[in-house]
Design a protein around this ligand. Sequence first.
Ligand SMILES: Cc1ncc(COP(=O)(O)O)c(C=O)c1O
Length: 406
Amino acid sequence: MSDSTESNENNQPVAAVEAYQQATLAIRGGYQRTHEAEHSEAMFLTSSYVFENAELAAKHFSNELQGNVYSRYTNPTVRAFEERLAAMEGGEQAVATSSGMAATLSIVMALLQSGDHILCSKDVFGSTRVMLNKYIVKFGVEVTYVSLTDLDAWQQGIQLNTKMLFCESPSNPMSEIADLEALARLSKKAGALFVVDNCFCTPVLQKPLEWGADIVVHSATKYLDGQGRCLGGAVVGSSELMEQIVGFLRAAGPTMSPFNAWVFLKGLETLRIRMQAHSANAAELATWLNNHPRVSKVFYAGLEDHPGHSLAKKQQSDFGGVLSFAVAGGREQAWTVINNTRTLSLTANLGDTKTTIVHPATTTHGRLSDEERQQAGIGENLIRIAVGLEDIVDIKNDLELGLNRI
Ligand SMILES: Cc1ncc(COP(=O)(O)O)c(C=O)c1O
């Protein structure tokens, strides 16, 4: 970013100055003020950049000189978001994309080739599965699935051509927890890359790279934004891997818009306190639902009887804002609960200040076959809640309206 006050230490990006605490990096990392001395980060809404003369233009285009050429390649606001997120995840570099799905697509397109094999956990986000099963396989990449928590199955699932292990932890919507350290070890032994979707925890609650993952993938659409405004995604890892992803993005184009990058950049500043508040609300709701007579099971790793509780305690600093619960009955009873809420938003998104509620079997995971849903444990009586930041009393009261009618 251009800066006429380069000697002023006060203007240096925090990540570049020294190793600060994550809370400070979230607020001050990755940004260098321009000569306008703005306090809040500037937004560069421009698709291209101007050169002073033809010689300089030629040098920029031939990469003899580094600098902005076109916003599909680089944009200062997008770069600021990337640097801040990379600092928070503890990665060398981050690359921003137009959505979370574009982030996963970029990883696969840039780093794999025909004949390679992806070993993936069964209960990844629905679109991830559809993308892999319907499109990626068309390019000769093989995909097989294993249970997220079954380490033997992961071990046995590894083939000679396995080049990538992919998982989400906690999983959506069942809140299962992967043993990241063990999977990273397995992956290294197999010579494969280990990719973790860190959407539900964000770097505030979990840093997969510290447990040995090679790549972290995000849907920034969720908690990084935090207020349901923009679509975006990101990939974080070593510069060597990220440069390959940058190459794909520059050629293929699913890059992040500067406007969205600015929203996410500002979202990161409040991420820590939001994640703490989401986790506190979710923990209280999980306990309440667990004691409710019309609820047959609650899936939230913060509950002590959850099979992933101790693992989550080891690798996460808190349990996050998403939980699922099964009501007594089937689809009719689940829909009754959803249809009787007054305040909660019936919408597929999560990670918002507003609590969202959804029936996974007929919405987010509706495209899976009955067998796939069954394997993932997603029953017709399951409801997913992404607990927002409203007063927990109102969230409980809203759910009670429907629970009382089944
Ligand atoms: C865990 C997870 N990963 C990836 C995605 C995809 O992100 P996006 O909708 O930004 O493409 C989602 C979306 O809900 C998700 O929940």
